[in-house]
Ligand binder design. Structure first.
Ligand code: SF4
Length: 184
């Protein structure tokens, strides 16, 4: 429609269409509205359909089992069904101490996950290396992969893990989800 002209009825010439800038603004506003609503919708769907991949290495595993069991019931957060293939998961839960030798394996698991994906550092060992101040332990998994949520504690209580899941869901819900081309 931009730049076109309309013929005058009964005349030989043509008049330029007024309001081209207004049309452009209207289109931009429509686009902004649609992308905002789309982000809200996709964010809502994604936050309630997390599929965790538990990368479990140490004693925090007991707490992972506790939080996954019926007493705490992470099903109600849409985050319960563990997937044991990284290709089917979108939440990497790193549970326990990660050694320097395990670091390349963790990186490979992370790289095998499809986008969008999120990472939780479960416990102080995964977050900072904990009290393992030695050459063999990784001083925090964020040295090799990006972390979205840190859950402190040695081990963290199930309530802390649930709080971490809820904060991650909040982050997902408020994020941008570019699934359509901005130039439509
Ligand atoms: S944070 Fe504590 S419980 Fe968890 S793996 Fe480290 S030492 Fe074990």
């Amino acid at each position: 429609m931009y730049g076109k002209s309309l013929p005058i009825l009964g005349g030989a010439g043509a008049l330029p269409v007024a309001g081209t800038a207004a049309e452009s603004r209207s289109k931009a506003a429509t686009f902004e509205y649609l992308t905002t609503r789309k982000d809200e919708l996709v964010g809502w769907a994604r936050k309630f359909s997390l599929f965790p991949y538990p990368f479990v290495t140490a004693c925090c595993a007991m707490e992972f089992m506790a939080v996954s069991a019926s007493n705490y019931d992470t099903d109600r957060f849409g985050a319960a069904l563990p997937r044991f293939s990284p290709r089917q998961a979108d939440l990497l839960m790193v549970v326990g101490t990660v050694t320097q030798k395990q670091a390349p394996i963790l990186l490979k698991v992370y790289e095998q996950m499809c986008e969008p994906k999120w990472v939780m550092a479960f416990g102080v060992c995964a977050s900072t290396g904990g009290f393992y101040q030695n050459y063999a332990s990784l001083p925090g998994i964020d040295r090799i992969i990006p972390v979205d949520i840190y859950v402190p504690g040695c081990p963290p209580r199930p309530e802390m893990v649930i709080d971490g899941i809820m904060r991650l869901q909040e982050k997902i819900a408020n994020g941008r989800h570019p699934i359509i081309n901005d130039s439509f």
